[in-house]
Design a protein around this ligand. Structure first.
Ligand SMILES: [Zn+2]
Length: 340
């Protein structure tokens, strides 16, 4: 997830200073490793847990745009796409773009796009996004971005696996985006080049879905664009999960331990769903709250509680099926004119 985008574009240094502050706080806390002995034998979850750990390994070096670690992450995700039987679009899974961050030199980013054709409304598309990029190495410090956002990419691959079990109603476009952290560059590039914008009915965005262990809450934003989400929350919250699905994050809130008004999360613009929202497309954005390891070197997979992650994935799969079961007329009614 990217912090206040205005801060990024105009005051890049303020983020670096703030990261250093958070790191100093976090590095004094003792590490408590997650209990990994309670893993379920649910095959899809076991695969997702492994995907998360691989993507958050030191070898991936934080998966920053244009880095060697990013290339390794791309190769890993694309091998998964092929194994899961996703179809390339226009002959390739990889869609490159120029990542022209205002204060840095232009880099080449790559979105990873794979399709599963639907069986009821194949011409209409649900776009599932999760960014795989995170932050560059700083000195010897690697920002592994386990929650942000190896977790979301593992969730995207989890849904891709689920979509192979039973043909979905709508075509599902899986887009692992690059360049999210510095201003949603990947999602912008994807959307500007996507030839069938009118056929996109919904965006499901996964960004930071694994670190809700303290509150046992998973947040879902987007109800202003998709009021039927209230029905989904009721369905999930009466289904016996110990994790609660909370409809929230539809406006700005202060960052945890914020010291200035700049340090806030502008949730409607905080991640890739913003591009779809501005295009007038309803969205579902699943995520946890910010936490002390957010954008620090301590966002490691060992801090993730597998039981929370497993329930979050099961809830997200329920939400994905709920979205896929909506009649086309519902989405046609929800579509709005583009706005800011
Ligand atoms: Zn982030």
């Amino acid at each position: 997830m990217s912090r206040n985008s205005r801060c990024y574009s105009k005051l890049r240094f303020c983020i670096r200073t703030f990261q250093l502050g958070l790191w100093l706080v976090a590095s004094t806390a003792s590490l408590s490793y997650a209990n990994t002995t309670s893993l379920s034998q649910d095959e899809a979850f076991v695969a997702a847990w492994q995907d998360l750990q691989v993507l958050a390994d030191d070898k991936m070096q934080g998966r920053a745009v244009g880095s060697a670690g990013s290339k390794l992450a791309q190769d890993y995700i694309l091998a998964k796409y092929a194994a899961l039987g996703l179809e390339p679009v226009n002959g390739s899974y990889r869609q490159s773009f120029i990542h022209d961050f205002s204060l840095g030199k232009p880099l080449t980013g790559a979105n990873l796009v794979g399709m599963r054709r639907g069986c009821v409304n194949p011409e209409h598309i649900i776009v599932i996004t999760a960014h795989y990029d995170h932050l560059p190495i700083s000195g010897r410090q690697i920002f592994n971005g386990a929650d942000d956002n190896a977790s979301g990419v593992a969730g995207l691959l989890y849904l891709a696996k689920k979509s192979a079990e039973k043909c979905p109603a709508y075509s599902q476009l899986f887009v692992a985006t690059d360049g999210e952290e510095r201003g949603l560059f990947g999602a912008k590039a994807f959307w500007s080049k996507w030839p069938q914008q009118q056929n996109v009915v919904l965006n499901i965005n996964l960004d930071m879905i694994s670190r809700g262990e303290k509150s046992s809450k998973l947040y879902l934003a987007g109800r202003r664009t998709f009021p039927q989400l209230s029905e989904l929350a009721e369905q999930v919250n009466t289904a016996g999960y110990s994790v609660k699905l909370v409809l929230a994050h539809d406006q700005r809130t202060p960052l945890a331990r914020a010291r200035t008004t700049l340090e806030q999360i502008d949730w409607p613009n905080a991640s890739d769903h913003a591009i779809f929202r501005r295009a007038g497309i309803p969205y579902c954005y699943y995520g946890v709250d910010t936490h002390p390891q957010y954008h620090t070197v301590d966002d490691d997979w060992q801090r993730i509680e597998p039981a929370f992650f497993q329930q979050a994935l099961a809830i997200i799969a329920t939400g994905w099926q709920f979205a896929d079961s909506q009649p086309l007329a519902v989405y046609q009614q929800l579509r709005k004119e583009p706005s800011d």
